[in-house]
Design a protein around this ligand. Sequence first.
Ligand SMILES: [Zn+2]
Length: 216
Amino acid sequence: MNLFEKVKALISARTVISDYGVKISKNEMACCPFHNDKHPSMKVTDDHYHCFGCGSHGDVISFVARLKGLSNYDAACEIIREYSLPIETEHSIKDKERKKFLKNKSQESYVTSVKKQFYGWVNEKVHELRDCEELIAETKEYILRTDPGVALNSNRFAYMLQKESTIGYWLHILCMGDDADKRSLFLEEREEVNRIAANIKRAGNEILGSSRKCVG
Ligand SMILES: [Zn+2]
């Protein structure tokens, strides 16, 4: 079936012609809208119309086309739209493609924003973990220089030493690893990395701060 046949199979000429404002009597007669018709001279059936006055004749599509000054194709599309007929037209296909395109676009921009977040995180953590390494080194040196006893008694310092190799391992992945390694670190251990980096900073600053206070 072509487009016109599909439309005609789904809706009767009588329904559409009547909906477009032509009053149809019980004996299927109506005043013809295509000539100055005083007495009903157009016969309207389920599948066609015929005017005995002016001779205009056609189906539901040519009726709408003539009434609205449209091509048959545009008239068919108008009927499909007006009655929400389940028929695909170039318009509805284009519409579908447009929606699909927009959906893809929004998925794309979502992926872009996750990527941005990922690379931003990698950058940020490289700096933060390097700071942690420096802080651990500084703390070690400080303790050795001022009060080696802290190294034996401080839980905080023990924590820093315990995490030192983990920090080094993460830094290695973030600086030298391939994208898959970085991604899995980001996806699976992001919270852990953030948490431990924050703990190291706090522990280091507390030790350096309190040692400074004790010395000062
Ligand atoms: Zn007529």
